[in-house]
Design a protein around this ligand. Structure first.
Ligand code: KIV
Ligand code: NA
Length: 265
């Protein structure tokens, strides 16, 4: 396989080829996702929700992100692996941000980091980029700020927030970010963002006029039934299929159907 790099993604945008991205947090899942031909694997801090059962992304630690990321890196042959800097590991000052990004690169073997926010974290992004670490931006509904927003509703519906988002996107490109995620913003605004910059805009709940799409893998495989935002397409109903398989196993054990003569020594 030819490995995907940050440069391949920028090339893909200029050629009009859409970029596919999914999350993964462990070795087994990442192996399947990589073999299936995904361009980018995001070791998202959504691991806090889907792997650890927290209500928000805030509790996950840098050590835990490094554990997930190193498991993913061991599985991949082709995909670019981007790792989220978790809440609290980059907001205090740019030196701490750089230290956190360096730990991710050294200890996990990931290829790039993602940080939430625009002008507020400009110095941190600069410092990380100066150290030679590729940075992916993240604007719109940034879940680490959920207690500031107070709601998971669509962001940037009003003019002021929309204009700031476009300014932030242009700033991220100027700083040298290689791509940026736009989460849960109006499709029309996402289109304007993608047209305003030459680095790829990866959307989630941001419509189709962007340069790529990202989803949380547990959501798109239908492993949970509770989370059903409009932007989510379920490609499987694994929750139901796994439940059926597990109940069958329980009943086979109870009835001594399993193991049978051929399944023992
Ligand atoms: O953590 C995550 O899964 C993300 C994506 C939803 C963009 O940041
Ligand atoms: Na995230």
């Amino acid at each position: 396989y030819k490995r995907i790099t940050t440069r391949s993604l920028i090339e893909m945008k200029s050629q009009g080829e859409k970029i596919s991205m999914l999350t993964a947090y462990d070795y087994t899942m990442a192996k399947i996702v990589d073999s299936a031909g995904i361009d980018v694997i995001l070791v998202g801090d959504s691991a806090s929700n889907v792997m650890a059962g927290h209500e928000t992304t805030l509790p996950i630690t840098l050590d835990q992100m490094i554990y997930h990321a190193s498991s993913v890196v061991r599985a991949i042959n082709r995909a670019l692996v981007v790792v989220d800097l978790p809440f609290g590991s980059y907001q205090s000052d740019s030196k701490e941000a750089l230290r956190s990004a360096i730990r991710i690169m050294k200890e996990s073997g990931g290829h790039a980091v993602k940080l939430e926010g625009g002008s507020e974290i400009k110095d941190s992004i600069k410092k990380i980029l100066n150290a030679g670490i590729p940075v992916m931006g993240h604007l719109g509904l940034t879940p680490q700020s959920i207690y500031k927003f107070g709601t998971y509703n669509v962001r940037a519906k009003e003019n002021a927030e929309a204009e700031k988002l476009i300014e932030d996107a242009i700033m991220l490109e100027k700083l040298g970010c290689f791509a940026l995620v736009c989460e849960k913003i109006p499709a029309e605004l996402a289109k304007r963002v993608a047209e305003s910059i030459s680095i790829p805009v990866i959307g989630i709940g941001a419509g189709s006029d962007v340069d790529g799409q990202v989803l949380v893998i547990h959501d798109m495989l239908g492993m949970n039934n509770e989370f059903s935002p409009r932007f989510l397409r379920r490609y499987l109903n694994l929750y139901d299929q796994m439940t059926a398989a597990i109940s069958q196993y329980v009943s086979d054990v109870k009835s001594v159907d399993f193991p049978n003569a051929g399944e023992q020594y």
